[in-house]
Every structure is written in structure tokens, then in C-alpha cells.
Write a protein that binds this ligand. Structure first.
Ligand SMILES: *Cc1c(COP(=O)(O)O)cnc(C)c1O
Length: 432
């Protein structure tokens, strides 16, 4: 598979280059040159397969020219040591739980597959790698876990000071070894900007072998398509159309869902659910894309004012706004509405949702009402509620279950390096 740049379609890279470069030299984003469709037989019998069998099949369709099937199987089984179960909440509403990995957020899927893929290529080339990653909360933890103690790789994580939860911060700042956390006096967009600048700085790129682990890396996007197939497999027997509601920030997750659809997954409709950072929902109703500074909300992993995967979303539909609008609806919600549905679902069913998940639930309900259609709705649970312990317990006025893995973290000491939003300072730090 070759990957083209969204800015210059003739600028192409093979898989290994695309994974290690992250960004093409024209600062576009890599996209697969063509999108293969999966065999009908695979989709017809998908319910008989395990998650890893499904993941291998989808990965093989996309990357089978670059990596032998047996190696892909090993990469998949090394990355996905946890499940993506679908749970029924009400007769037609299902939740796809993507928080059973080590960092307890869905970003484990992308980060671990990317880490496995990079290690696969590295062991064949003996390269040393410096990974830079900006995080709004969950990426950092997933990437840190994915690369922890991987030989030949060091990871520098930039996170916005005071804007991630205590548990998220501990996940970034307590591992040590090859993982360093920079605490940035700014927003997530500032962190993202610092990382982007580093990749454009020739002194840094000449001195180090830099790679990005943000959702712009194609190796993170591809594995996120796997769980859409696996979710479909779990509800297929009900024989109704399937609608996915995706809580969105940088829109990697939704883009991966559309990729799955383009590969042949029968999805009736997608819902782009956001908080007050509603650039994409507004684009879907107005056909005008206006990035804005990010606004702080309680679903802070989605506080993104200029979503980095927006271009991919449009490319997947050949930049045809009518086609996008036909397949994707956008809704946005206030923090009050988010907390209201967290309380409602908890009191009616005892199910505890994190605020991001609740945004997706709200999107599903609104679309159900607006469309009047009969379908199986699957909303994506992107993080375990205990990652946002204070907020969730205050909202529900109840104490919630904390997995042991998260509880142990709280007693560890945070080690971070404070920096300002100042590229020269960041560069000086990297140059040591
Ligand atoms: C990153 C994240 C999101 C947003 O996902 P995108 O792929 O950036 O749209 C939603 N929820 C949680 C918990 C996240 O960590």
C-alpha cells in the first residue's frame, strides 16, 4: 500500500516511511492510496470470529503487500491483549466499550498497534527513535504504555498543565525509564503546535530520528477501524441497520469508522458527537469550516478547536460535502446536557458513563428523535469513567468502582518538567 499526502496527491510514501515520518514533507496527512473492500464472505461470517481474527483480516486487506500475514497476526496479537465488548443498555442502545486496555481509554488501540508496527520495522533496521506526542489526556497514557521499555525508543509527552485529570496525569508522569512528560503552561492546541514545529525544524530532524505518535500517524488510524467491524459482528444477528455515535475531538476515531465503512462494513449512519467545540457539526449543517480556539469542557479529551483529522474525513468522501452530510450527522452538547444524561442512564440502568461517552450517547438519542428511524445504535465508550473520578462522582452523587490498576497509580509520585509555550525553550530542551 502506498500513502499519499492530502496536500499533494503525487507525494507518496510506503508504509514504513509513512509510519516513521508521520507527516509528509508538505505538511499534509497520509492517506491510503486506495481503499480495498473486504470479501463478502468475511462480512457474512464475521460473527464467528474473534477480535484478533477480525483485526488481522482488516489489517491484511490494507497492509498485506507490506507485511506478511503471519507477522501481521503477531503484531495484532501483541497489540490487542484486551477485548472491545458491546453491552446492551436499553433494547436498541448499545455501548462499545473501548476502555479495557492498559490506559483504560480507546487510544490504546491506536497506540499499541503503532508501537507494535514501529518495533517490527525497528528490529529489522537497528534505528533509534525519539517519539514526540501532544496529548489532551488519553493519548499520552496510551502511548506511554505502548512504548514503555521498548528498546531503541524514547518518548517525550507534552500535556496541558491543569487540563488533564489526576489519573490521566499520573499515567503520563509516573512510568519513568524511556518516558518523559513535559507539563506545558498552555492548551492542548499549544502542545500540538510545539510538536508540529519540531517536525518542521531542520536542526531537530537532522539531529534526531523523530516520529510522532499523535492521531495524525496513519498507524494509529488504521487499527481504530478494527473495532467497528468487531462491534458490528456482535450486533449483526439482530438484523437491523447499525448507527455509530462517536464522541469526537480530533476526529481520528470517526475517520476510522468511515474507513471501515468504505472497506465494506454495512453502517447505516454515523454521528459526530461533540462538546462545545463544535467546528465539525457546524460544518455539516453549513458547509463552512471555521476552526476556533478550543473551549474547556468536562469532556476535555475532545476540547479541540481545529481537528487534525478533518481533512481525512473529507478525503474519505472525495471532498464531496453532500456525500458527507448524507452519511454523517453532527450534534453538539453543553456540559449540563452531558451531566444530565450521565445521571439519567445511571439512575435508569446503573451504567456509569464517562463524560465523553455521555456526549456520544446524547448524539445517538438526538439522531433517533430527528430521524425517526428504527436501528441498532452503538455509542462508543472512549474512556473508563474512573479516569474522571471527581467529576463522575460529583455528577452522580455516588461513589463509583475504581479498577485496581487506576487506584494503584494515585499513590505514585508525579515527575514532570514544566515548560512555557515557547518553541525555542522546547527545542533547547530536546537538544539537551
Ligand atoms: C481522544 C479522545 C476522544 C476523541 O477522539 P478523536 O479520535 O480525537 O476524535 C474522545 N474521548 C476520549 C476519552 C479520548 O481520549
Amino acid at each position: 500500500m502506498l500513502f499519499y499526502s492530502t496536500r499533494t496527491s503525487s507525494l507518496k510514501a510506503n508504509l514504513e516511511e509513512a509510519v516513521f515520518r508521520s507527516l509528509p514533507s508538505d505538511n499534509g496527512l497520509y492517506m491510503p492510496e486506495f481503499i480495498p473492500t473486504l470479501p463478502q464472505e468475511f462480512l457474512e461470517t464475521i460473527e464467528n470470529r474473534t477480535f484478533n481474527e477480525i483485526a488481522t483480516e482488516v489489517a491484511f486487506a490494507l497492509l498485506g503487500d507490506d507485511i506478511p500475514r503471519l507477522d501481521l497476526e503477531n503484531i495484532v496479537s501483541g497489540a490487542f491483549t484486551f477485548e472491545a465488548p458491546v453491552a446492551q443498555i436499553t433494547p436498541d442502545n448499545f455501548v462499545l466499550e473501548l476502555f479495557h486496555g492498559p490506559s483504560m481509554a480507546f487510544k490504546d488501540f491506536g497506540a499499541r498497534f503503532m508501537a507494535a508496527l514501529m518495533s517490527y520495522f525497528l528490529t529489522r533496521s537497528n534505528k533509534e527513535l525519539k517519539i514526540l506526542v501532544a496529548t489532551s489526556g488519553d493519548t499520552g497514557g496510551a502511548v506511554a504504555q505502548g512504548f514503555y521499555k521498548v528498546p531503541g525508543i524514547s518518548v517525550t509527552i507534552l500535556y496541558p498543565s491543569g487540563k488533564v485529570s489526576e489519573i490521566q496525569e499520573k499515567q503520563l508522569t509516573t512510568l519513568g525509564h524511556n518516558i518523559t512528560a513535559l507539563e506545558v503552561a498552555g492548551s492542548f492546541d499549544d502542545c500540538q503546535w510545539l510538536v508540529k514545529e519540531a517536525f518542521l525544524d531542520s536542526e531537530l530532524t537532522e539531529r534526531f530520528n523523530l516520529a510522532s505518535a499523535n492521531s495524525i500517524n496513519i498507524a494509529r488510524l488504521i487499527p481504530q477501524s478494527f473495532y467497528y467491524f468487531a462491534a458490528y459482528a456482535q450486533v449483526k444477528k439482530m438484523g437491523k441497520p447499525v448507527v455509530f455515535s462517536v464522541p469526537s475531538g480530533n476526529f481520528g476515531n470517526l475517520s476510522a469508522g468511515i474507513l471501515a465503512y468504505k472497506m465494506g462494513l454495512p453502517v447505516h449512519h454515523f454521528i459526530a458527537s461533540t462538546n462545545a467545540n463544535n467546528v465539525v457539526p457546524r460544518y455539516l449543517t453549513s458547509n463552512s469550516y471555521t476552526p476556533l480556539p478550543s473551549i474547556e469542557t468536562i469532556s476535555n479529551a475532545m476540547d479541540v478547536g481545529n481537528p487534525s483529522n478533518f481533512v481525512r474525513l473529507t478525503k474519505l468522501f472525495d471532498e464531496d460535502w453532500e456525500k458527507i452530510r448524507e452519511k454523517v450527522s453532527g450534534y453538539y452538547f453543553t456540559d449540563d446536557e452531558t451531566q444530565e444524561s450521565m445521571r439519567q442512564i445511571f439512575s435508569e440502568t446503573n451504567y456509569v458513563m464517562c463524560p465523553h461517552t455521555a456526549v456520544a450517547y446524547n448524539g445517538l438519542q438526538k439522531y433517533r428523535k430527528d430521524s425517526g428511524e428504527d436501528f441498532i445504535g452503538i455509542f462508543l465508550a472512549t474512556a473508563h469513567p474512573a479516569k474522571f473520578l471527581d467529576l463522575v462522582e460529583k455528577t452522580l452523587d455516588s461513589s463509583i468502582y475504581i479498577p485496581e490498576r487506576l487506584e494503584n497509580l494515585l499513590s505514585l509520585e508525579k515527575i514532570s518538567i514544566p515548560i512555557n509555550v515557547d518553541f525555542d525553550a522546547f527545542k533547547a530542551y530536546l537538544l539537551g
